[in-house]
Design a protein around this ligand. Sequence first.
Ligand code: PMP
Length: 426
Amino acid sequence: MQDLHNKIDLEFDQQHVWHPYTSTLNPLPCYPVESAQGVYLKLEDGRELIDGMSSWWSTIHGYNHPALNEAATKQLEKMSHVMFGGITHQPAVELCRKLVDMTPEPLQHVFLADSGSVAVEVSLKMALQYWHARGERKPKFLTVKHGYHGDTFAAMSVTDPENSMHSLYKGFLPEHIFAQSPECGFYNEWQEEDIEDFKDKLAEHQSEVAAVIIEPIVQGAGGMRIYHPTFLKRVRELCDEYGILLIADEIATGFGRTGKLFACEHAGVSPDIMCVGKALTGGYMTLSATLTTKHVADTVCGGEAGCFMHGPTFMGNPLACAVANASLTVLQQGDWQQQVSNIEAQLAETLPEIGKLEKVKDVRWLGAIGVVELFEPVNMAEIQKAFVDSGVWIRPFGTLVYIMPPFIIKPQELSKLTSAILRTLQ
Ligand code: PMP
């Protein structure tokens, strides 16, 4: 009797629950997950799937981690939420100290928010307020094609307008400047012409550009492209030359995913503003942060407004901050560098084999990220079913089949993921 009540009502789900990027007229099948442990998602029918997605880049330590569970439970007993206006608390202060310590040294001020998209909105607002405070009109942002920065309005406006997720909104968004995306791959020899279009666009628009916003090294949802560190290095140099702020969107790449704690480190670059989210709480809770330098923060606050104009209700949520603290401690005290480097080595060995398939256009990898790009888009429902039948959870989009597993994945589990890709594409 109790079991019946606990069963997920899939019919209700199909009729009333609107899932991301889905149609209410023709909803895609959804797989009912009952629980999750380590790298495994357990379906209601008892099948266990190896999670190749880390719940969209976030569950780096795996599910149901004892230290994260303990942090959440302990904090729950004290307070799950209090407003942050005029109140502060240990979980937030400890977290901000950790973030200041672990990010590049000039980043000294932390603004907490509740999702990656909002962290991006905050970063753009900071840049706009910075120039406003200096009495300069700089209403534009410069970014690169194939980027992705979130689904809210300002974030969409700096996401490639050709991106199918946002192209529909084109006429409703402020227009910003898009340079050609980096073409030179991470492992290729650097080609100086790769930066030419960016350089030209920056020179042409420098008087109106408030900031450059870019995903460092890995362009995620805009194409899973892994580019040469020198591109980012040049971007920093050019921003310095023209006195323009650099915003690094480390929401997907932050906290070890690319083999460095932050992807900016591949290029030895320190941004003026950095956004983090996703893995910040080990994927447990929704929390993000935007960090900036003393110079930017003090300039913003020295302006007409006298403060930074933003204040979300759930800012600094103590429960989320407590879990983030536990997650960062697990990361710092653990062996993530070795884990990610082992994953990278295994991907380097196995992906080229998949790359030989006729329908595969390209394979690429970096850290704990593996990408297979096809010539033709996949049939989502079909390929998803094939993966589930193989005991893995991989969610492709368009022509991209990609994995970014939890760092704790074992070699034989990673093999199961890559073998499932090989078999399914065959
Ligand atoms: N920036 C990047 C680089 C991202 O990958 C994402 C999420 N895919 C976001 C911003 C938006 O984050 P969220 O989904 O938490 O709003």
